[in-house]
Design a protein around this ligand. Structure first.
Ligand SMILES: [Zn+2]
Length: 140
């Protein structure tokens, strides 16, 4: 997967399993903090990340064609900031990850799934505020 350095902007390639380790940026050599924002994911990245990430992964299935997908972005980012280093947030544009939509049986947009080591833990369908998104973590 790719992780952008927040200091110099370089994209660093790393295995998802190493996300919790202190990663040094390949360009500026500073330690890159875990993402405090959502990441975009293609089918291939999503498969790797949901299987190997050290933290639970919140998948936000959305489409730029739907107003709900655009309107919900701010709340999703708020959630991602709150859980930096504990939950990884992936925004999944269904046009770029059609296999994931089928694999997780997503029928309506937006749909939020909390996945831990490849296993679905919780699912929320429809637009959610950052506070409502917290409920995916309850008893997870
Ligand atoms: Zn850097």
């Amino acid at each position: 997967m790719l992780l952008r350095c927040t200091i110099c902007g370089a994209s660093n390639q790393l295995p998802a399993s190493k996300l919790a380790d202190a990663l040094r940026c390949s360009r500026c050599r500073q330690i890159v903090p875990p993402p405090a924002h959502s990441l975009a994911a293609t089918d291939a990245e999503l498969a790797e990340i949901t299987r190997d990430a050290p933290w639970p992964v919140l998948l936000d299935f959305w489409s730029p064609q739907e107003a709900s997908g655009r309107d919900g972005a701010q709340e999703v980012e708020k959630f991602a900031r709150r859980h930096q280093g504990h939950v990884l947030v992936l925004r999944v544009n269904i046009a770029q990850a059609p296999n994931a939509q089928v694999r997780f049986g997503v029928q309506r947009l937006p749909t939020f799934l909390l996945v831990d080591h490849g296993r679905e833990i919780r699912r929320l369908v429809g637009l959610q505020s950052a506070d409502q998104l917290e409920s995916v973590l309850r008893a997870a």
